[in-house]
Design a protein around this ligand. Structure first.
Ligand code: PHB
Length: 396
């Protein structure tokens, strides 16, 4: 009896085990369960760029959601850090994400100074980094690396495109005004390069420390200098205040204001009529009207109950870039050469228009000329077709 029972149970157990093993093997062959992929979002959630950080995260999550929550077969898990757009805290913040949180990929940031600190740590530790905004030229220049990618732009790109536009318009004397840090300096440098090539002169370069918004003394200087026009780089909360102050000072009527498109992107609700008519250059606009962009905008508005902007697009495309690499290696981020090669070959189907990455991993993209009409940055035309950052100093 005992023997019989034991035999009986054994037979049943073996059968069950066999079934279980068979089931597991089949399931594994169909869908290997890979661990979640940890994405470290290092973005500003407070301060003058807070809305930009949120838009980037929204865009990133939208693309992941459209893929069913997985990229390259791996479910995505987020770890978030508010970098406060503070370069002094950036190295500690990024080290925490890498060492404490063990992230597989870093996504950040908005501020050029923060992004340069991230790029340095990413390079030293060989951690994957996708920059979803910050334009610091060095990130895809002297600091470029096989593991560093950018889904946005270099500071040089919109500035250079605007220099050509304003030279063609026949302006001769321009004053520039911006925040004194990499993004401001490099935007003006790019502008100056093409504007002076086209016969113009930047007669005065005005600046104030980031993120100050006490513009009054500088606006008085602009009025006194009486230039043909003004070129500027400001973004986020600072851009809102600058456009309002420029108008309140009475300058809007007498000295036309131009800028990199960040001046009027994601800011129009707050700027109101003070932004009306302002022309800017950027790699996105609100009225592209392509099926791709229409679908993106509709889905974004539905999910987040607000209109997308350039930052949302850059976040969305950061996820697309990650997806291109991960898909090629079936989620195995240790296969770095294949991961990087797949991204290098990829055509990113962006709402802004399809783009590929340069050798230094910066988007080669059309820069649009836009004009504010009501609550939209309307496309006037393409200021610069397939504009590639020169990637100075990049050796990969
Ligand atoms: C930058 O610091 O690189 C930066 C910040 C905000 C922008 C664009 C560039 O809108």
């Amino acid at each position: 009896m005992t023997t019989f029972r034991r035999t009986f149970i054994s037979a049943a157990a073996v059968a069950a085990l066999g079934l279980a093993t068979f089931g597991a093997t089949t399931a594994q062959a169909q869908a290997p369960t890979l661990p979640k992929l940890k994405v470290g979002l290092m973005l500003p959630y407070t301060g003058t760029f807070a809305a930009l950080g949120t838009a980037i995260e929204n865009g990133f999550r939208q693309y992941v959601a459209e893929q069913g929550g997985k990229l390259g077969g791996r479910e995505i898990e987020y770890v978030k850090v508010d970098d406060e757009s503070n370069p002094a805290k950036a190295t500690d913040n990024v080290n925490k994400l890498i060492k404490r949180d063990n992230v597989d990929v870093l996504v950040g940031s908005v501020h050029s100074g923060v992004a340069m600190a991230m790029a340095k740590v990413a390079k030293d530790t060989n951690t994957l980094l996708i920059v979803p905004n910050a334009g610091a030229d060095a990130v895809t220049g002297a600091m470029c690396a096989p593991n560093i990618f950018r889904s946005s732009f270099s500071n040089w790109q919109p500035g250079y495109a605007m220099g050509e536009v304003m030279a063609k318009k026949g302006y001769k004397k321009v004053v520039s005004i911006t925040w004194k840090y990499a993004a401001g300096d490099e935007s003006v440098k790019g502008f100056k390069e093409s504007f002076e090539k086209g016969g113009g002169t930047v007669v005065k370069e005005l600046s104030l420390p980031f993120p100050n918004v006490e513009f009054q003394a500088l606006l008085t200087e602009i009025a006194a200098a009486k230039p043909d026009a003004v070129f500027t780089f400001f973004a986020g909360g600072g851009a809102v205040k600058f456009v309002k102050d420029y108008s309140a000072a009475g300058l809007k009527k007498s000295i036309p204001l131009y800028g990199s498109g960040f001046l009027t992107d994601g800011t129009l609700d707050a700027q109101g009529a003070d932004a009306d008519g302002i022309m800017t250059t950027l790699h996105y606009a609100d009225s592209l009207g392509t099926p791709r962009d229409n679908a993106f905008r509709l889905a974004y508005a539905k999910t987040y109950k607000m209109q997308p902007d350039v930052y949302a697009v850059q976040g969305y495309d950061a996820a697309q870039i990650l997806s291109a690499g991960l898909t090629a290696v079936k989620g195995d981020t240790t296969k770095r050469a294949e991961f990087t090669a797949a991204i290098a070959k990829a055509k990113i189907d962006s709402p802004r228009g399809a783009f590929s990455l340069s050798k230094a991993h910066n988007p080669v993209q059309d820069i649009y000329l836009r004009q504010v009409v009501g609550k939209e940055n309307k496309v006037i035309g393409i200021a610069s077709k397939s504009l590639a950052d020169p990637g100075i100093g990049c050796k990969i």
